[in-house]
Write a protein that binds this ligand. Structure first.
Ligand SMILES: [Zn+2]
Length: 455
């Protein structure tokens, strides 16, 4: 109790101040603005957008040239409606123009970062204090929706190289002071998980924060080996980084006996939406503008799924204006039962590499195939890799209930039904599926899309 009080009232504010993030001040503002009317929110976004455009064109050669080439004056962008005149920012633009995208005024405060996929070259981008503070504030607000405050004990089961490589003694001390604990999610062996389980029992966290697949794997481990951990997470498990499959959610709730909420964002573009207790995905509209576009770049109405394009209103060190995330989702109309008028989106259906492709290039969401595969008895884990339009490899981990001939017949049948009869399905039984370098256990990989658009 005393520790939580000190963490909340002394150490959290102190480290926030020392790092110059201002996340607590921003969070207090967000607590107010989540109740604003749509008009009020829209006016706020328009003002922030105009400031961002002025900043980006005056401080970065990249946007200056971009606007000149498109014959647009910064003053022409007055509201969100004018955004569609601006070109999209693609991953290749960032690769080619990274240095020119950094604002001269913010060079002194850069925290370099990168996102990497299992194939292709990593995408290097930079984040400054303002965006970092804004993201943290959005996360604090979303955690408050589940009654988790700064200073409450929280465990991060996390495997990102960016965070873990920087993890040093100072960081560990800071985490201890603010009542957070980082457990590395690389190579989660049973032995490692047993050791982590003891830490959960000792810390009794109010929240756990992890990749969706890691969270699911942890829930399964608890179910199979350490059932005494049921209910040890007092309030909520936050899933992020990749799509949370419906059956994963169901099992996490059942095995861990806590709520589950998704955080949706991308490392380069910023935090985009958080799930509230009513299971609606509220966009952090004060920090980010979300457009949903069709393949021709036209803005789509609510409920129609398209490409997720974001403009981060707080990314001043390296502005992201109309960034094509590679994700697909739809906006959601209507009101949420939680009463917050914040705009909503439907659960994102996945990143481009979580889709499979049919012979004519039609995308099929990975979720649909994973629903099918769940029906196969004895298939405990799998990874589906689409290597070519007409070739899919399935790595399968099975248990004693698995009947090989029947299992393989079903897998072939499901894949062919989703992406075409002519598909060659190669099935390999493996003992275990190691996570990718990032720590995520990816279950559907579109290797065609990844080699075309390295993430
Ligand atoms: Zn809500």
């Amino acid at each position: 109790m005393i520790r939580s009080w000190l963490a909340k009232h002394v150490f959290y504010p102190a480290q926030d101040g020392l790092r110059g993030l201002g996340s607590l001040r921003r969070w207090r503002e967000l607590e107010q603005s989540q109740w604003w009317s749509p008009d009020q929110l829209r006016a706020f976004q328009d003002t922030k957008l105009r400031q961002l455009i002025r900043h980006a064109t005056s401080q970065t050669p990249f946007y200056r040239e971009r606007f000149e080439r498109a014959f647009i004056r910064p003053a022409d962008v007055r509201s969100i409606d004018d955004l569609s005149d601006l070109p999209l920012l693609l991953k290749d633009d960032i690769r080619d123009g990274h240095e020119d995208m950094i604002a001269d005024s913010h060079r002194g405060e850069l925290m370099s970062s990168c996102t990497s996929g299992s194939t292709g070259s990593p995408l290097i981008f930079s984040v400054g204090r303002r965006r970092c503070g804004a993201d943290l504030a959005a996360r604090i607000r979303a955690h408050r929706w589940f009654d988790v405050c700064t200073g409450d004990p929280v465990i991060y089961l996390w495997g990102s190289r960016i965070e873990t490589d920087r993890q040093d003694r100072l960081r560990a001390i800071r985490d201890w002071l603010i009542n957070e604990k980082l457990l590395r999610a690389f190579e989660l062996s049973d032995e490692q998980l047993h050791c982590y389980a003891d830490k959960f029992l000792y810390i009794k966290p109010h929240a756990l924060y992890s990749y969706s697949s890691t969270l699911w794997r942890f829930a399964q481990f608890v179910h199979e080996h350490r059932p005494e951990l049921k209910g040890v997470i007092r309030r909520v498990a936050f899933a992020t980084g990749e799509q949370l499959l419906p059956q994963w959610r169901e099992e996490i709730i059942r095995y861990l006996e806590c709520s589950v909420a998704e955080e949706y964002g991308c490392r380069e573009g910023g935090l985009i939406a958080h799930e509230c207790p009513e299971e609606a995905y509220h966009i952090t509209a004060e920090n980010i503008i979300v457009e949903i576009l069709d393949d021709d770049g036209k803005v789509l109405p609510s409920d129609e799924e398209g490409r997720v394009v974001v403009t981060n209103l707080d990314a001043y060190a390296m502005p992201f204006i109309r960034y094509d995330t590679g994700d697909r989702a739809a906006l959601r109309a209507g009101a949420c039962a939680c009463g917050r008028p914040l705009p909503m989106m439907w659960r994102p259906t996945g990143r481009s590499f979580e889709f499979l492709e049919t012979n004519d290039g039609t995308q099929v969401t990975g979720v649909s195939l994973s629903r099918d595969l769940k029906e196969i008895e004895g298939l405990t884990h799998y990874r589906v890799i689409q290597e070519a339009r007409d070739r899919v490899r399935i790595l399968a981990v099975t248990n004693s209930h698995y009947r090989r001939a029947e299992g393989e017949r079903q897998m072939r049948c499901f894949v062919k039904a989703r992406i075409g009869d002519a598909t060659q399905v190669i099935i390999e039984c493996v003992d275990d599926l190691p996570p990718h370098a990032s720590g995520k256990y990816r279950y559907i990989i579109n290797a065609i899309a990844e080699s075309a658009t390295p993430q």
